[in-house]
Design a protein around this ligand. Structure first.
Ligand SMILES: NC(=O)c1ccc[n+]([C@@H]2O[C@H](COP(=O)([O-])OP(=O)(O)OC[C@H]3O[C@@H](n4cnc5c(N)ncnc54)[C@H](OP(=O)(O)O)[C@@H]3O)[C@@H](O)[C@H]2O)c1
Length: 229
């Protein structure tokens, strides 16, 4: 049995990951701003032996520290930094909501590192420890495109952050990667997206299962293929 900790488990891809992992018998620490969010609570009720909801606002350092203290000494095999936001309504390079831009960086870029640092003692106790951060091809520097500058920048930046973490943790045997989940039908992705949550999470879980330390520092598509930075 593998122990996963997933952020942003209240809905969307995070909730889908919790569902898939519990269905096959893995243990899931399902972290959400509201651990009593209806869909998560219903799922946790059906798998009360496997899913433990925890309160976590990834943007609040006190919340991260409280979670780490509550989990002190518990091994975690896989951390999935999934929580993310699209950022402000106004985020073109010509008309930017700068407070919203800073919030996007706080949640999408800084929080995954803060959570990873806080839970590193747990991961060091885990089996084949892996840190997986859900990024996006919208952060690829090889792609152009106007608009969504706050979101794109926050994802490009978290890719670089995780490259650095991968280099730091390679000697300790902790694998660190970033992944693109595909364009997924969630509140963020919208109804017109290409993939269902089930299709995306099937690929992501297969990718995470097969990860080796040789892949550390990589950027992978949900289908397992390496991506350009
Ligand atoms: N959907 C796509 O097409 C797509 C494509 C590429 C990448 N992604 C990435 O995939 C990840 C999941 O996206 P999604 O499509 O599932 O989005 P979603 O349906 O909007 O869900 C976002 C999740 O993040 C949580 N969250 C937001 N701010 C948080 C905070 N401060 N602390 C803790 N949790 C917080 C939300 O919790 P609340 O319920 O409390 O708001 C929710 O559980 C994100 O990182 C996103 O950037 C998505």
């Amino acid at each position: 049995m593998t122990t996963f900790l997933i952020t942003g488990a209240s809905r969307g891809i995070g909730l889908g990951l919790v569902e898939r992992l519990a269905a096959r018998g893995d243990r899931v620490l399902a972290c959400a701003r509201d651990p009593a969010a209806p869909d998560l609570a219903a799922l946790a009720g059906r798998h009360s032996d496997l899913i433990t909801p925890h309160r976590l606002d990834v943007g609040d350092p006190d919340s991260v520290a409280t979670l780490a203290a509550a989990l002190d000494g518990q091994p975690i095999d896989v951390l999935i930094n999934n929580a993310g936001i699209r950022g402000p309504d106004r985020q073109s390079a010509l008309d930017m909501d700068f407070d919203g831009f800073a919030q996007a960086l706080a949640i999408n870029t800084l929080a995954p590192l803060r959570v990873a640092q806080a839970l590193l003692p747990n991961l060091r106790r885990g089996e084949r420890p892996r840190i997986v951060t859900v990024s996006s091809i919208m952060g690829q520097l090889t792609g152009g495109g106007a608009g969504d500058v706050a979101y794109r920048t926050s994802k490009a930046a978290v890719n670089k952050v995780m490259q650095g973490l991968a280099a730091e943790l390679r000697p300790a045997g902790v694998t660190v990667v970033v992944v693109h989940p595909g364009w997924v039908k969630t509140d963020m992705g919208g109804k017109g997206a290409a993939l269902t949550v089930a299709q995306s999470t099937r690929g992501l879980v297969a990718l995470i299962d097969a990860l080796t330390v040789e892949q550390t520092g990589g950027f992978y598509n949900h289908d397992g293929q390496p991506l350009e930075w």
